[in-house]
Design a protein around this ligand. Structure first.
Ligand code: GDG
Length: 724
């Protein structure tokens, strides 16, 4: 299989030197593994610099040959506005909760859209059906949507390397931006996040911003389903631990240490970024020295800062502030024979980074926010007897609770953590680290990527199944095939008429009533309206028409033009009073919701409630009711923004079979809801069953909306009048 990996930056810079950063490091080792299994990989990304047009062909050839990468060429002005602008001045600060650093600009968002289109253009030129396309990170939120539109069957994953913020933060984005971002992401088959919390925040934003619900992390949107889940990214454990245990690593570790043999090493390694909390870390180190003078001249802080986003002005000023702080600490605590901070503003090759980890007694990873943080993990598998001090705001903290967890805003807490770590008993460190390391071994970067692949493939299969059911209302497959009489069952809400904010507002148009009347007058055609509505409502809508009316999901039946309703089932209704008090409590608690009482059922509606509060309450209600439902004579059904509690033994399936005059008749059934699934299940195998809308179904076919049902009725009338 061929993998097309897409990220903003390539693993190498424009001149071929390696790119440092979590994404590049993590993915590179997965790719070597993937290739070693006989797969092909192409990495698509922006080279980080604008390449003059006349050099582009030659450059692209060289990058493909030497590094297996395909460059996306962006003009300098576009790259600047897209990358330095929307990516790094809007999304990056916002998603890391630095709201005060955010700029919201239509101009940079337009560039963001344009750049995503450019990426799509490059992929279009190489994509072949069967490829797996894996898009990475916040620079390319719109790309999955663009690709899905062009290639409906593309196998497509998206992984977000940074945090997804809570809804209150996400909603700060202007509506145009946030809607496009959410919809863009839904083009993927799978969206992966580092943690369960980020996944939940994303799902909540979907619900709050677009009213899109999910079923255990699966979202149905525009005839396509997307799975969301947490996949905590791992590291190449073997690569780090193998090298850490080599003689070469020991030699380098000893060389580095020659001048500081008696000093306990505290280490800090980050790309230079305000989210990493470097200045705060320095303040904590300073406080630690002040409060623990016994450690003066007995420890040193090695501060490695890898240059990053050097052309963004806020990064330049942060760099100056760090330089000054390092100078101030070294100036006031240092002596002629001891410098507390060894400051390195550069990246180190892997072969030197690992020995640095290995020499470390205390590793400080204290970002204000971090999607995951791989440095913490790399340190753990490389260290000899070092203790990790880890920010609880890093995604990694969910997997590494045995580290000393700190709040990066709590200076004295951090200073105490440095003291506790540096003074921690060796066996305690060993015990804690062993637990963390064994967890890391179980989830290497290879396992991470394999899981993502398998889940994407599985979701794509479900999507295929989902799409094959979609059918045009004009299709011949939906016309009668025999000379048998025809029996048609229509659900009401969501099938014949669209949903409205209040149930009594959902009434059919005159045209629809005319069509149904016409259809019902054709010889050998019988129609049943089979609904959850009560008798009174159905009678008021279809009065005088020769239809079967079935109310309350099959509890009541009125044959065509008969004056009386008859009960289809015997019932006791012992449960109703108690359940009503439960539902009424929820109604009081959730503004906009209400309880509807029918003869054989109770319905709690939350369509008009705040979507988030409504859904949470609905989940709670399901949980509560299911605990009292066994042997209580009722059952619970989740519908479209409703929860219905019904007398056991009733249901549209059983009702449909009771009123169907003959199993040999050509039967058609249309419905949109979970209550209609009973019908599809119970009707004869030969019945044509059609689901309206998106969620999963056992019906044979799917229509998009109620308009399709109207078209089908029209089509059938035309057909039947022609053949008769
Ligand atoms: C983003 C998210 C998420 C650093 N200095 C050197 C060096 N590095 C390598 C480390 C590590 C990587 O860079 C840094 O990864 P992080 O995960 O710590 O952070 P980001 O770059 O911000 O990455 C982050 C990550 O994506 C993955 O999803 O964890 O939350 O922000 O691998 O080893 N490598 C070398 N020399 C250095 O001096 N060779």
């Amino acid at each position: 299989m061929r993998l097309i990996l897409v990220s903003n930056r390539l693993p190498v810079q424009w001149d071929g030197t390696p790119n440092v950063g979590g994404l590049a490091t993590g993915l590179s080792s997965f790719l070597s593994h993937w290739k070693s299994q006989g797969h092909e990989v192409i990495w698509v990304g922006w080279p980080g610099k604008s390449i003059p047009e006349k050099e582009q062909n030659l450059y692209a050839k060289k990058m493909l040959q030497e590094h297996g990468t395909i460059p996306v060429f962006l003009k300098q002005k576009l790259a600047d506005s897209f990358y330095n602008g929307f990516c790094n001045k809007t999304i990056w600060p916002l998603f890391h909760y630095f709201t005060a650093n955010c700029e919201y600009s239509d101009i940079t968002f337009d560039s963001y859209e344009e750049a995503n289109e450019e990426f799509a253009k490059t992929i279009r030129s190489i994509y072949q059906p069967g490829d797996w396309v894996w898009v990475h990170d916040y620079h390319l939120f719109l790309l999955p949507g663009i690709l899905r539109n062009e290639f409906p069957n593309i196998l497509l994953s998206f992984f977000l390397h940074i945090p997804f913020p809570t809804f209150e933060i996400f909603r700060l984005l202007p509506e145009r931006f946030r809607t496009k971002i959410l919809k863009g992401l839904l083009g993927a088959d799978l969206i992966g996040f580092h943690t369960q919390s980020y996944t939940q925040y994303f799902l909540r934003s979907l619900l709050r911003c677009l009213g899109i619900e999910n079923e255990r992390g699966i979202i149905y949107f525009q005839n396509h389903l997307t799975k969301t889940a947490a996949f905590p990214m791992g590291i190449n454990v073997e690569q780090f631990s193998k090298y850490a245990n080599s003689i070469e690593c020991d030699t380098i570790a000893n060389q580095i240490n020659t001048n500081h043999k008696n000093l306990k090493q505290i280490l800090s390694v980050d790309r230079l970024d305000y989210t990493k909390g470097v200045l705060q870390r320095l303040n904590a180190f300073e406080l630690f020295l002040k409060q623990n003078p016994n450690w003066i001249k007995r420890c040193k802080l090695v501060l490695v800062l890898v240059p990053s986003r050097t052309d963004v002005s806020s990064y330049q000023s942060m760099k100056r502030a760090i330089d000054e702080k390092v100078g101030a600490i070294n100036g006031s605590f240092g002596t002629l024979d001891w410098t507390p901070i060894l400051y390195q503003y550069k990246g180190f090759p892997f072969e030197e980074l690992v020995p640095l980890y290995k020499n470390t007694h205390v590793m400080l990873v204290t970002p204000f926010r971090d999607g995951m943080n791989l440095v913490a993990k790399e340190f753990l598998v490389s260290q000899r007897n070092g203790m990790l001090v880890l920010s609880e705001m890093a995604g990694a903290s969910a997997e590494l609770p045995e580290a000393i967890l700190v709040n990066p805003n709590d200076l004295s807490g951090m200073a105490n953590a440095i003291r506790d770590a540096i003074e921690m008993d060796e066996t305690e460190i060993l015990t804690r680290n062993q637990m963390m390391i064994s967890r890391l071994k179980e989830n290497s970067v290879m396992d991470w990527a394999n899981k993502i692949y398998l889940e994407t493939e599985e979701t794509a299969k479900r999507n295929q199944n989902f799409q094959t059911k979609s059918i045009s209302p004009n299709s011949e497959l939906l016309l009668p095939k025999t000379k048998q009489p025809i029996f048609i069952l229509f659900d009401y809400d969501g099938t014949l008429v669209p949903f409205q904010s209040l149930p009594h507002l959902a009434v059919p148009s005159k045209d629809l009533i005319t069509s149904i009347t016409k259809l019902s007058q054709i010889a050998n055609v019988s129609i049943a309206i089979i609904s959850g509505r009560d008798r009174k409502f159905l009678e008021s809508i279809f009065t005088g028409l020769p239809l079967h009316l079935v109310a309350e999901h099959g509890a009541w039946h009125k044959a065509p033009l008969e004056p009386e309703w008859t009960s289809l089932f015997h019932s006791h209704l012992d449960w109703k009073k108690e359940i009503k008090t439960h539902l009424d409590e929820f109604t009081k608690r959730v503004p906009g919701s209400f309880t509807e009482e029918k003869e054989y059922s109770l319905v709690w509606h939350f369509r008009n409630a705040d979507p988030d509060i409504g859904l949470n309450a609905a989940r709670e209600m399901l949980d509560e009711l299911s605990q009292i439902s066994s042997n209580s004579g009722f059952f619970i059904q989740r519908g479209n923004k409703i929860i219905e509690v019904r007398e056991y033994g009733t249901g549209k399936g059983k009702a449909a079979m009771k009123i169907l005059p003959n199993k040999e008749w050509e039967t058609f059934a249309f419905g949109d809801d979970t209550t209609d699934e009973d019908m599809y299940r119970e009707l004869p195998e030969t019945a044509i069953t059609v689901k309206i809308g998106k969620s999963e179904t056992i019906a044979k076919y799917r229509f998009q909306n109620t308009d399709d049902v109207h078209l089908w009725i029209q089509n059938l009338i035309n057909y039947l009048t022609k053949v008769s």
